[in-house]
Design a protein around this ligand. Structure first.
Ligand code: NAD
Ligand code: MG
Length: 385
């Protein structure tokens, strides 16, 4: 038992969380789950606790003691926001997988880093909002962050053993989402069902809408800027509809290394879990002949203004990326609830950035404050739409 890796999974009932548990299921001799947390999915969490037997399980919603099934009494259930902190930093764990959605991930990442845990980072919002603070904290603790996002995992894999070969450009691939070929007017009026119909990846609802608006790629540009310490001008978005190349790195000697595979998030999750070694994932083999050809297009910042906004916010600095992220989270949800049109998502983000103006991001408190301000502004803009 001693060389088992203890893993805490925040957001265990989600798309990334359940795929990580599938890997644990495939490698029972390597991983022991020490904590699991979910937002509101009680029954799903109970089933996971029954199967993986963590010492602690957390829920953000209320849980009455009598609701806990008798056979799960071995596990300590915690409710409310402290559940995330306990799972990230107090429960004995070697690794913490942060697979919750939204800015809630920022505090959890900081907690896990400060507790000396190895962070496996799926939650991109933590780096988008607090990238400089997160990277500083990791450096101070002598830790690296292991990316789970498929593009960033691909880049991270390409950067291994570079032998001093300096990376000059990152090629961040994007499927282009369901509206890749649609004209602007049609995108403006897209329905929720159309936006949820992602061509290649099966993911949580929020990120699937972000893929359709390309705000997902905007967040990933910002994520890459911090993870790999690259300037925005050196990060090129490449629309690649087949989603076979998960991203690539150009080096100063002219070599370009890419990572390829079928779109299966278990591959990047497994790489983060087993780094620096590797393990099997159950992923299907890549059949290049049936794919036939790989194609590449420029991202269109006119039809997908998110691509332009990422660079603008990075250059503006301060809390701009936090404001972009907050306004997008609010607008993304409003769209899913049919309160605004698809085109209104971008309008809300641009107008929120304009109205809120520059704010500081010098501390976690300042970032949370900017986040609150941006949410209020976005919410009141949406109420008038
Ligand atoms: P999801 O919606 O499927 O699951 C989210 C999980 O977090 C659930 O367990 C939910 O109960 C919990 N949760 C939701 N909101 C929470 C909150 N405020 N506080 C605490 N817990 C909360 O999401 P997902 O698709 O698994 O994505 C998780 C993160 O990983 C996101 O940041 C996303 O951008 C990133 N990511 C996901 C994918 C993917 O393929 N799904 C790929 C790359 C990156
Ligand atoms: Mg991604």
């Amino acid at each position: 038992m001693t060389d088992m890796t203890k893993i805490a999974i925040l957001g265990s009932t989600g798309s990334i969380g359940t795929q990580a548990l599938d890997l644990v299921r495939q490698h029972p001799d390597r991983y022991q789950v020490s904590a699991l947390t979910a937002n509101t999915s009680k029954e799903k969490l109970f089933a996971q606790v029954r199967e993986f037997r963590p010492v602690m399980a957390g829920l953000l919603c209320d849980l009455k003691d009598e609701e806990i099934p008798d056979d799960l009494r071995f596990c300590s259930f915690v409710c409310g926001p402290q559940a995330l902190r306990i799972a990230a930093s107090e429960v004995p764990a070697d690794q913490v997988l942060i697979a919750i959605v939204g800015i809630a991930g920022l505090q959890s990442v900081m907690d896990a880093i400060h507790a000396g845990r190895q962070v496996l980072l799926a939650n991109k919002e933590a780096l988008v909002t607090g990238g400089h603070l997160v990277m500083d904290a990791a450096r101070q603790m002598g830790k690296i962050l292991l990316p789970v996002d498929s593009e960033h995992s691909a880049i991270f894999q390409c950067l291994q053993d570079a032998g001093g070969n300096r990376p000059t450009r990152l090629f961040l691939t994007a499927s282009g989402g369901p509206f890749r070929t649609w004209p602007r007017e049609k995108i403006e009026r897209a329905t929720v069902a159309e936006a949820l119909n992602h061509p290649n990846w099966s993911m949580g609802a929020k990120i699937t809408i972000d893929s359709a608006s390309m705000f997902n790629k905007a967040l990933e540009i910002i994520e890459a800027r911090w993870l790999f310490d690259m300037q925005p001008d050196s990060i090129q978005v490449v629309v690649h509809p087949q989603s076979v190349i998960h991203s690539a790195v150009e080096f100063e000697d002219g070599a370009v290394l890419a990572q390829l595979g079928v779109p299966d998030m278990r591959v990047p999750i497994a790489y983060a879990m087993s780094y620096p070694s590797r393990m099997t994932t159950g992923s299907k083999p890549l059949d290049l002949f049936s794919i036939g050809s790989l194609t590449f297009e420029k991202g269109d910042p006119v039809r997908f203004p998110a691509l332009r906004l990422a660079g603008e916010c990075l250059r503006a600095g301060g809390a701009s990326c936090t404001i972009l992220n907050a306004a997008n989270e609010v607008a993304n949800l409003a769209f899913r609830e049919n309160r605004i049109t698809f085109g209104d998502i971008t309008r809300t983000v641009e107008e929120t950035l304009h109205r809120v103006g520059p704010l500081s991001a010098d501390s976690l408190q300042a970032i949370f404050e900017a986040d609150r301000t941006a949410r209020q502004t976005a919410t009141s803009l949406i109420a008038k739409m």
